[in-house]
Design a protein around this ligand. Structure first.
Ligand code: ATP
Ligand code: MG
Length: 389
């Protein structure tokens, strides 16, 4: 008899008619995430997803860890299996939860029966198991109102299960349940975090990276791919689009006033992002911009940047402090990679005095000197695609 993993569904349960669709996405994402850990049966019942190993070769530790980054889950726990017999259940609880029971000052037992042929009611079963736990751990008091520890018992078709308080899950909504978006991924600290945040809302992402070889090196590109690879733990499979950006940047350098380099470059990024979005059924562009962080992130700079696209530009980090972004970057394990010292195309040809309040009209005027459409066409034609996960 095998232990199982239980995933408590998050906001998904609020979604009324869409609920089945959300649930199916979540189950699909869970199955995909479990592939490398063995053969599991995955199904949903009453707002809970059950993950049952089908043989002893399953890597339960690996599976449990991997499932902690699946969006759409608010709580996750491992549960120990035993025979569907009241004494066997109590014995399992005493053995499996010994550490938790010894550490808690008070506890209660909560039982659920999906097997209605079981000879006790849920309340009788809770009292029975609670009584035996009390005898085994005399220092831990019963407290049904606000116990430190809740011992959960579930009697299901194949077996009974016991578990203690679940860990928090990744939260959010299942990836793929809320549309698709392009996310602009640099090698910095911010954009992996903004990508994570939008994926968390159930959005399937297409990462786009602008690459200015030889001004930015192969190593810088590898760094971005490492970041994207880390994001797959949350985002699922990703197809990264690497856009050659050198010619565009050189044209800007040669033909535009220096103080406008950055803003014109960012307008190109948006136009190309929109093209990729349209080609891939995406409905938004995500960036890691943050109000006031640098010259290109003032309100007027953002207005000048987004003026070239019809799509909504999502900036989930807009009101965050750097320390808040860093703490999220650590949590999703991208921080250490992000701080590796490789250059980004934004730091190539950086103006000494960037325009802080560029107007849209000025940008349009300056762009007259460039073959905007031709440059975009050339970049898009030469995109390199890398599939991850
Ligand atoms: P990050 O830490 O994400 O690099 P940043 O604070 O360095 O952000 P900028 O360099 O001004 O800010 O970039 C703002 C946003 O523009 C980034 O968060 C990212 O979404 C996008 N971006 C910047 N450079 C690139 C690039 N080379 N490829 C793709 N997107 C980029
Ligand atoms: Mg950057």
């Amino acid at each position: 008899m095998n232990d199982i993993i239980l995933l408590k569904q998050g906001e998904i349960v609020l979604k009324g008619l869409n609920r089945r669709n959300f649930e199916q996405k979540l189950i699909g994402n869970v199955i995909r995430r479990l592939r490398e850990f063995g053969n599991f049966k995955v199904y949903a019942l009453q707002s809970t997803v059950y993950v049952e190993p089908q043989d002893d070769k399953c890597d339960m530790d690996g599976a449990f860890e991997a499932l902690q980054t699946v969006f759409g889950v608010i709580a996750i726990t491992r549960a120990a299996a035993c025979e569907k017999d009241p004494d066997a259940i109590a014995a399992k609880a005493i053995e499996y939860l010994a550490e938790d029971m010894a550490a808690a000052r008070s506890f209660k037992v909560e039982s659920k029966r999906s097997d209605k042929r079981f000879p006790m009611t849920s309340i009788e079963l809770s009292q029975h198991v609670g009584g035996l736990l009390s005898e085994a751990f005399p220092d831990t008091e019963v407290d049904v109102r606000s116990p430190e520890l809740t011992v959960h018992v579930e009697v299901r078709d194949l077996a009974a299960y016991v578990h203690s308080t679940p860990l928090p899950g990744a939260g959010g909504m299942p990836v793929g349940s809320n549309g698709r978006a392009v996310t602009l991924l640099s090698g910095g600290i911010d954009s992996p975090v903004s990508s994570y945040m939008i994926a968390k809302r159930g959005v399937h992402l297409i990462p786009v990276h602008f690459f200015s070889f030889p001004y930015t090196s192969e190593a810088a590109k590898e760094k971005v791919l490492t970041l994207a690879d880390k994001l797959t733990a949350y985002c699922g499979k990703l197809m990264v689009e690497i856009v050659p950006f050198t010619h565009i940047q050189e044209e800007i350098r040669d033909k535009c006033p220096e103080e406008y380099f950055t803003i014109i470059m960012r307008r190109f990024m948006m136009r190309i992002a929109e093209r990729i979005a349209n080609d891939n059924g995406c409905d938004a562009i995500v960036t890691g911009e943050n109000l006031g962080q640098v010259a290109s992130q003032t309100m007027s700079a953002m207005a000048a940047t987004e003026a070239v696209t019809q799509l909504p530009v999502l900036r989930p980090l807009i009101g965050f402090d750097k320390a808040e972004i860093v703490s999220l970057a650590r949590k999703i394990d991208t921080f250490e990679t992000s701080i590796l010292p490789y250059e980004d195309c934004c730091t190539v040809f950086t103006p000494r005095h960037p325009k802080l309040r560029p107007s849209i009209a000025e940008c349009e005027e300056i762009e007259q000197a460039l073959d905007v459409e031709g440059l975009i066409e050339e970049a898009v034609k030469n995109i390199e695609r890398v599939r991850l996960a």
